[in-house]
Structures are given as structure tokens and as C-alpha cells.
Design a protein around this ligand. Structure first.
Ligand code: FAD
Ligand code: NAD
Length: 448
């Protein structure tokens, strides 16, 4: 005999949590199923530990660059202790209790679909009008011969590390490789980043990759682009990584940062007549997979961010609660939390041209036009790029490599999402002296 609910959420990362919380708040009968920890990858092995680890090295960098400050001492035991607090010592018992107290049926175990509206977990059968898949993603393993014979970290080992390795080779030069590489380098590790494409952050504006490479090189990071690891093997206590350009790098650990794959193995998608591959499960504009079946987060492959998973969660919950709502992905912020921060939103120039947009672009060296970089640090930095649609007279993209850009990129996100006319943006009054003033200065140089 199966137990019935209004909704069953499979996977309680940020996407699943938002759907479950909203449905519970609306008084629905909800079952939540989690096979590891409520909070998901983000809470224990991704966003939260990585940002917690990066912050002390960032603060120390800020102190280095502020006039008259002595460099603060970095206490690794204190840093990792706070990381452990932030990841709740990999214990979700309070989360489990809290969902139970809110009326949810919490089941700990791996769930699989067993037909439309039917879910199987730990030998129990559950049924619901709505089933939400939110199983996330896992590290993809690039085809490198010998990976099984050497020390290899995914994001999980890297973000829960106990000791700082002397040397590390990161395979992949996008968000994961850059954030973890930056953190390790600032902790004293000799870091090499191996990037298959011609530039770091290959999906961003090419100029972003160039600027980031220069900043990382200043941190002492060895960046190898246009190459990939072919083979790895042990030589005494060393791990040797052979690259396909003929070079060999000696290291203590290899960190996999070459992308992620949707977690759908064993999910029973065939029982509801759908297929998916490791790039994700197809969803419509309401995040519906098929009648009564929904998917959110990394599993959809739309954009692998917590804020996107949460947004999709809000859209799904609203639709289930009878408020018709469709997704709009035009302004998803994309931030890499290095020092300086790397932030982008909207289209790149190449994407705009592919869509036939008559695009105007500008790039501004903030140190040439603003006071803030000079009052902020002794060796000022910062670049902002803007993209506008000449026909519609609105912003369509922005990127910045600059201090605090993770915060002020949201002005561009709002301008793009709300299609605020350039004329209005040019009539705003930014606070002096801030990095936010950069928008006005850059807009004034746009040839529209
Ligand atoms: C190192 C790193 C740093 C990152 N930093 C950021 C950041 O700063 N900001 C940001 O926005 N994004 C960041 N991300 C991306 C972010 O972690 C993901 O986009 C986010 O976790 C996706 O949420 P989700 O709910 O889709 O899935 P997940 O967080 O992966 O959660 C899915 C959950 O489903 C469970 N599950 C899977 N299969 C089953 C099953 N069959 N039955 C029951 N439960 C199941 C899993 O155990 C897991 O708990 C980072 C990623 C990495 C790797
Ligand atoms: N701050 C954040 O919001 C944040 C932080 C970390 C991760 N994330 C998200 O997590 C997801 C995964 O990030 P990621 O950086 O692992 O993946 P990614 O897919 O963004 O980038 C993978 C990189 O590895 C390179 N690559 C692939 N195979 C390779 C190989 N064999 N050798 C060398 N290079 C190779 C690719 O060219 C690419 O640059 C991303 O979508 C990202 O948005 C977000």
C-alpha cells in the first residue's frame, strides 16, 4: 500500500529545499527524500565551504592592499574550524528535525521513480500528484589514463580538506578550477591550472579570460591553456601529470574541475517514459518534464548555480500552487569569488551577434575614471565591460573584474532584466566614490 502526498521532492539541495519549503508554507502534504544530506552539494561541498575558505585569504589580500596595514596572520586551523562549522560537521540532523517539525515526511535514502506519480525509497512506495526531481550534479571525470592510481580530489575532498597540499594540479580552468586554485595558491600551494581551451572561463567574454589569467599569474599560479592531461602516474612520492603538449607537471594532488554531469543514474526516468543524459533532463518553460513531473537545479543543465536552482524552485512551487509562472533566464549573475572578483551577467558579444543583435560594446579601466579604486587600495584595479542593443537602446550584458564586483553586478542584472532604457540609466545619480559609478562612466562611452 503506498502512502499519498500532494508533492514528493527527490533531492534536498537548494532547488529541492525551495520547492519543499514553499509547498509546506502553503499547507501542502509534502514528502522530501534525500540520500545524503539535506542542503545538498551547495551546503556541504560546494558554495558554502568554498566561499568560507576564500574569505580569509581575500581579507588578508585586502589588508595587503590597504595603506598602512600589516598583513594579518593566517591561522589555517581557525579557517578550517569555521569551514567545519559552516558545513555543520556534515551533519543534517537539525535540518531533518526542522522539516519534520514543519510537517514534512522526511525519508533518508535513494529514491527512484516507479511510474507516473510513484516513487520508491528504502522499499517503501510513495505517491503524489506532483513529483519534483532535484538531484543535482556530480563531478565529471575527464578521460585521463591512470587517474585511479594517484591522489585525486573532486570538489568534495577539495572543500573539506584538512591539510594544505604543497602542490596541486587543477584540471579545468573555469569557476571551480579558478576558485579552488586561487584559494590553494594563497594558502601556499604551488598551483598549476590545466585548461583545455584557449582561455580561462571560456564561456565568458574573451577579455575576461585574459584579465583573470593576468591576475592569477600575479598570484604565482602556473596556467597551461590549450592543453589537457593525457596520463598520470606515480613516481616515488610524486604524481606526474603528462599533458598532451608534451609537458609533465609534478604534483601531490590532482583536483578535477573539468565540469559536472547531471545526477540521474538509478532515478528510474524510463519508468515514466522519458530519457535524459548527463547534460541534463529537458524541461519546458515552467520546469515541467511531463504531466505532474517537474525538475529544478543542476539536473536541468540550464545553468549550474544555486541561485538558478532556487529560482526554478520558486517557479515550480508557484505553478503547483496554481499561479501560472514561466522562467526568464535573461539576467542570471555569474560570479567567481576570487580577488578581485569576476562577475558577469547577460549575453557575451559573440552570443549577441549570433542572435543578430546590433551590439555596441565598451570597456573601461576603472583606475582611469574613478576615485574609488584609489581610495580603496594602494595598487588599484578594476575593469568593466558593457554591451548594449542599439536598436532597443537597452543593456544586454555586463562583465567586471574588480573588487566587490559580485555585489555591484546586480545593478546590471536589474537593468537587463527590467529592460531599463539607456536614457534612464544615464540619468541616475550613483554615490561618490563607489565602484558603482563605473556604470555611468561606461554608459557615457558607449557608441549607441
Ligand atoms: C566547488 C563548487 C563551488 C560552487 N560555488 C557556487 C557558488 O558560490 N554559487 C553558486 O550559485 N553556485 C555554486 N556552485 C554550484 C552549486 O553548488 C549548484 O548549482 C547547486 O548545488 C545546485 O543545486 P541543486 O539543488 O540542483 O543540487 P545539489 O546541491 O547537487 O543537491 C542535490 C541533492 O539531491 C540528492 N540526491 C541525488 N540523487 C538522489 C536520489 N536518487 N534520491 C534522493 N536524493 C538524491 C543529493 O544527495 C543532493 O543532496 C558551486 C559548485 C561547486 C562544485
Ligand atoms: N561561484 C560560483 O557560482 C561557482 C563556483 C564553482 C562552480 N560553479 C558552477 O559549477 C559548475 C561546474 O564548474 P566547473 O568549473 O567544474 O565546470 P565548467 O563546465 O564551468 O568548466 C569546466 C572547464 O574545464 C575545461 N575542461 C574540460 N575538460 C578538460 C580536460 N580534460 N582538461 C582540461 N580542461 C578541461 C573546460 O574547457 C572548462 O573550461 C559550473 O557550471 C559553475 O557555474 C559556480
Amino acid at each position: 500500500m503506498s502512502e499519498g502526498f500532494d508533492a514528493i521532492v527527490i533531492g534536498m539541495g537548494p532547488g529541492g529545499e525551495v520547492v519543499a519549503s514553499r509547498l509546506l508554507d502553503a499547507g501542502r502534504r509534502v514528502a522530501v527524500i534525500e540520500r545524503e544530506l539535506i542542503g545538498g552539494e551547495c551546503g556541504y561541498w560546494a558554495c558554502i565551504p568554498s566561499k568560507t575558505l576564500l574569505r580569509p585569504t581575500e581579507a588578508r589580500g585586502e589588508a595587503d592592499r590597504a595603506a598602512g596595514l600589516q598583513q594579518p596572520a593566517l591561522d589555517w586551523v581557525g579557517v578550517r574550524g569555521h569551514r567545519d562549522t559552516m558545513i555543520r560537521h556534515l551533519d543534517d540532523s537539525q535540518q531533518v528535525e526542522s522539516y519534520r517539525a514543519r510537517g514534512a515526511r522526511v525519508v533518508q535514502g535513494p529514491a527512484r521513480l516507479a511510474g507516473p506519480g510513484q516513487v520508491e525509497v528504502n522499499g517503501q512506495q510513495l505517491r503524489a500528484e506532483h513529483v519534483i526531481l532535484a538531484t543535482g550534479s556530480e563531478t565529471a571525470s575527464p578521460p585521463i589514463e591512470g587517474l585511479g592510481d594517484v591522489t585525486v580530489w573532486t570538489n568534495r575532498e577539495a572543500t573539506t580538506l584538512h591539510e594544505i597540499p604543497e602542490r596541486a594540479v587543477l584540471i579545468g580552468g573555469s569557476a571551480v578550477g579558478i576558485e579552488l586554485g586561487h584559494f590553494l595558491a594563497r594558502m601556499g600551494t604551488a598551483v598549476t591550472i590545466v585548461q583545455r581551451g584557449p582561455r580561462l572561463l571560456g564561456r565568458e567574454e574573451p577579455r575576461v579570460g585574459e584579465l583573470v589569467a593576468a591576475h592569477l599569474a600575479d598570484e604565482g599560479i602556473d596556467i597551461r591553456t590549450d592543453t589537457q592531461a593525457r596520463r598520470t602516474y606515480r613516481d616515488g612520492t610524486d604524481t606526474v601529470v603528462e599533458l598532451d603538449d608534451g609537458a609533465a607537471v609534478r604534483t601531490d594532488v590532482i583536483v578535477l574541475a573539468a565540469g559536472r554531469r547531471a545526477r540521474l543514474d538509478g532515478l528510474g526516468l524510463d519508468s515514466v517514459g522519458i530519457t535524459g543524459d548527463h547534460s541534463g533532463v529537458d524541461v519546458d518553460e515552467r520546469c515541467r518534464v511531463t504531466d505532474g513531473l517537474w525538475a529544478v537545479g543542476d539536473l536541468t543543465g540550464v545553468s549550474l548555480f544555486t541561485h538558478l536552482a532556487q529560482y526554478q524552485g520558486r517557479v515550480v512551487a508557484d505553478n503547483i500552487l496554481g499561479h501560472d509562472r514561466i522562467t526568464n533566464y535573461t539576467a542570471i549573475p555569474r560570479v567567481v569569488f576570487t580577488d578581485p572578483e569576476i562577475a558577469a551577467v547577460g549575453l557575451t558579444t559573440a552570443q549577441a551577434r549570433e542572435r543578430g543583435i546590433d551590439v555596441a560594446t565598451t570597456e573601461l579601466d576603472l583606475t582611469q575614471v574613478l576615485a574609488r579604486p584609489w581610495t580603496y587600495e594602494t595598487d588599484p584595479r578594476g575593469t568593466l565591460g558593457l554591451l548594449a542593443d542599439r536598436r532597443r537602446q537597452v543593456l544586454i550584458g555586463a562583465w567586471a573584474v574588480a573588487p566587490l564586483a559580485e555585489e555591484w553586478i546586480h545593478q546590471a542584472a536589474l537593468a537587463i532584466r527590467a529592460r531599463i532604457p539607456l536614457e534612464t540609466l544615464l540619468d541616475t545619480i550613483p554615490q561618490f566614490p563607489t565602484y558603482s559609478e563605473a556604470y555611468l562612466k561606461a554608459l557615457e562611452t558607449l557608441q549607441v
